[in-house]
Design a protein around this ligand. Structure first.
Ligand code: ZN
Length: 296
């Protein structure tokens, strides 16, 4: 099944809901970053949440999620936009931890709990919107729930998960949902949603069982109205041209030093792990471009 996301409402629009299947993208993250299972679980959960938050945006708006918890995998950074394009990395993808006390990936141990969940939204305004909350769990779903409550004043339920095949390091199912309660719901309606959330199977179990995204939301909300279905893609903005511009911005002296020291330059994109190499003569050409600009 394709990686997709749906945007839906329920209970006369007083609940808005998002659900995403990210199995393919999370497998791609694993391969691109040669990441350990625990790092993939942490990065995959973050990317799934970011993809759904991207679907809350419009047009050219975009956002960045940064999680800095002081744990051994370092920071997690994910970019997402309103078009279903996502990319992300973790500082130390090779770090792995033994399972936690309940036999699950020790995501909290890897991420750490001494830090912050930061959100930066580029809404096309002069200043980006910035939201930040301290990490309360490090397991991430709880942290996003806390972020929505504290920073966006929206009571929410967030579920995120990554499941691997048994005995095989392949992502079997990844995805999540965000359910947001708007003002106007009755206590009975809220109680019913909470009751259903409490008895819900794990998100990865439902995905692995072949449930459609709207069926997953319906398990919590009853009847749902799907407003949009969007394909999700891993998409990086890097290119050789962009890297050239970055090298040019270093200036003539820095580039000359690079040529003298290494006779080449190798630039690696954090987000997609693509490498761009420049031979000495190519760096010379960039210097010539700088000189041309300065003289003309
Ligand atoms: Zn890239």
């Amino acid at each position: 099944m394709k990686d997709q996301l749906i945007r839906a409402t329920a209970l006369n629009g007083q609940v808005r809901a998002f659900a995403a299947r990210t199995t393919g993208i999370v497998e791609e993250l694993k391969a691109r970053h040669q990441a350990s299972p625990t790092a993939v679980a942490a990065l995959g959960r973050t990317l799934t949440a970011a993809a759904m938050m991207g679907a809350m945006l419009k047009g050219e708006e975009k956002l960045t999620v940064q999680i800095k918890g002081g744990g051994p995998i370092g920071q997690i950074v994910v970019d997402a936009n309103a078009k279903g394009e996502v990319r992300g990395y973790v500082d130390e993808p090779g770090v792995d931890l033994p399972p936690n006390a309940v036999g699950k990936f020790d995501v909290a141990g890897a991420v750490g709990t001494n830090g912050f969940l930061n959100i930066v939204k580029d809404l096309g305004l002069k200043e980006p919107y910035r939201g930040s909350v301290p990490l309360i769990s490090g397991e991430l779903a709880e942290d996003f729930t806390y972020y929505f409550a504290k920073s966006e004043q929206t009571p929410s339920a967030v579920s995120l998960g990554v499941l691997f095949e048994k005995g095989n390091y392949v992502v079997k199912a990844a995805g999540g949902f965000i359910i947001q309660l708007m003002p106007g719901l009755t206590d009975e309606e809220i109680d019913e949603i909470e009751k259903r959330l409490g008895s819900l199977p794990p998100i990865t179990t439902m995905l692995d069982d072949g449930l459609e995204l709207d069926e997953i939301l319906a398990n919590v909300l009853g009847m749902v109205r799907v407003h949009e279905t969007m394909d999700l893609h891993f998409q990086c903005k890097c290119s050789r041209e962009r890297v050239e511009q970055t090298l040019i911005s270093l200036g003539k002296e820095e580039l000359t030093a690079l040529i003298e020291e290494d006779q080449k330059a190798e630039v690696n994109c954090h987000f997609c792990n693509e490498s761009y190499s420049f031979e000495g003569h190519e760096l010379e050409e960039l210097i010539q471009q700088i000189e041309k600009k300065q003289n003309g």
